[in-house]
Design a protein around this ligand. Structure first.
Ligand code: EPZ
Length: 434
């Protein structure tokens, strides 16, 4: 298993290209199932999760071709053409779904296009049980007949075509909103989604569906209306920049007191993160190519945050902010309201000298002048990157184990950081990279 070795203490200076959003690509790709024409996605990031989704779609019968590979995954990224002319299989098997929960996003499209689907339940993960009950209730409101058999969701549509429904989500669910949007696009009649997720990745999906011929209004608000159509056509669509990758590297600049330009980043997608970083003492400004994060000589102070659905502070940035707060002056409080177990990074940060106390959904952090490098264990994607960030600031050497978690969501993380002066290298299966 690969490891990442970091020697901390260097203020990062330079340029980091921001790639396409993982969590947009993972819902845009299954949207290809809704049409027999080609969906072409550009600015696609090069990530393990994207490959997993491609493997899942190909066993459904989707043909794909990957062309173009811009250097450094810049604004054009890779171009993936997907065509689901013939869907040969409507089962999403456990061995693929267990690797990546976003696989459940084939459920809505398969029901809409084929009238049936058999999708393994994703099971829990490190950050929580993460059920899909709200996805299923929404699809039942649109006429799907659903049962759970042998760990699989078994669904079909009496009469063959979903009908519009009135879906009210008791709590905001990104995936639930995405599955419902894709199902509603081809349903017979109007679907209203109340308490819909407003995340930019959900808006990206809605705008791609519109480009494919879907009739959707209320995008970006908590009430979305979809007038179903008989068929959708192909489209060319560019994946929006990854706001979580942007926020992660903004914290890398802040925690090392450096100065980095994030090329391709969009400030309008990250107001909540920007507000917190400015309050903590970071200077943020526009550049012709993106966003500049300047923490050179900054005095970083503790800030309290609570994670919330968009446009609130994103849960996917919670671990990264905690690493920064561990090195800030004063105390801060973080409250995680989205997932029930998203503090797996706390004991690992503690090994590096961070002073964090967790009380239920809240964590109190008392900043320390310097963290100290240590061998640490990655557990989930965002916890892993928070350990890399802490390592960049720590005194001495940090070894992050199990970096396969990182590769699921961050393209060439060590290359992008090393280009800004970080002393970081990947140790492949115990051998330093040549
Ligand atoms: C998406 O997960 C993201 N993943 C997550 O990013 C992100 O943390 C999350 O949204 C919240 O923003 C992708 O987009 C691939 P939810 P999702 O449905 O859709 C509960 C990362 O690091 N819930 O909004 O699974 C659920 O347990 C990943 O990139 C139900 O109870 O999240 C959670 O507590 C991690 N029943 C809350 O709602 C349901 O049917 C929010 O989940 C669905 C969700």
């Amino acid at each position: 298993m690969d490891k990442i070795r970091i020697v901390g203490g260097t203020p990062l200076r330079g340029v980091i290209p921001i790639g396409g959003a993982k969590n947009a690509a993972l819902t845009l790709m299954p949207a290809c199932l809704l049409t027999d024409e080609t969906l072409s996605l550009s600015n696609l990031p090069h990530l393990v999760d994207i490959t997993t989704m491609a493997n899942l779609l190909s066993q459904h019968g989707v043909s794909m071709s990957l062309n173009g590979h811009a250097e450094n995954g810049g604004p054009t990224g890779r171009v993936l053409e997907l065509n689901a002319r013939t869907i040969t299989n409507t089962t999403a098997p456990y061995d693929l779904v267990r690797k990546m929960r976003a696989s459940v996003l084939v459920l809505g499209p398969l029901l809409a296009r084929c009238g049936q689907a058999r999708v393994s339940l994703p099971g829990g993960c490190a950050i929580g049980t993460r059920p899909v009950d709200l996805h299923l209730k929404a699809l039942e409101a649109m006429g799907a007949r659903i049962s759970v058999e042998g760990g699989y969701v078994v669904a079909d549509v009496p009469g063959g075509r979903l009908h519009g429904g009135h879906v009210v989500f008791p709590q905001v669910t990104v995936g639930g909103t995405e599955n419902t949007l894709m199902a509603a696009a081809l349903a017979d009649g109007e679907t209203v989604i109340a308490n819909a997720a407003r995340e930019p990745e959900v808006c990206d999906l809605a705008e791609c569906l519109q480009a494919m011929g879907a009739k959707i209004t209320g995008i970006g608000t908590s009430t979305i209306r979809v007038e179903g159509v008989d068929r959708l056509h192909g489209a060319d669509y560019s994946v929006l920049p990854d706001r979580i990758e942007t926020g992660t590297y903004a914290v890398a600049a802040a925690i090392t007191r450096g100065d980095i330009e994030l090329v391709g980043a969009r400030r309008d997608l990250m107001h909540a993160v920007e507000k917190v970083l400015i309050e903590a003492g970071v200077r943020i400004s526009d550049t012709p190519r993106g966003v500049r994060i300047d923490a050179d000589g900054a005095r970083i102070v503790g800030v309290d945050i609570m994670t919330e659905p968009y446009p609130g502070f994103p849960t996917d940035m919670q671990a990264q902010l905690m690493a920064l707060m561990a090195t800030a002056e004063g105390a801060s409080m973080i409250t995680e309201t989205i997932f029930e177990n998203r503090y797996m990074h706390v004991p690992e940060l503690g090994r590096m000298g961070a002073r964090v106390n967790v009380h239920g959904a809240s964590a109190i952090i008392r900043g320390v002048p310097r963290l100290s490098g240590a061998p640490v264990m990655a557990t989930d994607l965002r916890a892993s990157v928070s350990l890399v960030l802490a390592g960049l600031a720590a005194e001495g050497e940090t070894i992050v184990n199990r970096v396969y978690h990182l590769d699921r969501g961050y393209e060439r993380v060590e290359g992008k950081l090393a280009a800004c002066g970080a002393q970081i290298e990947r140790i492949k299966d115990g051998q330093p990279a040549e």
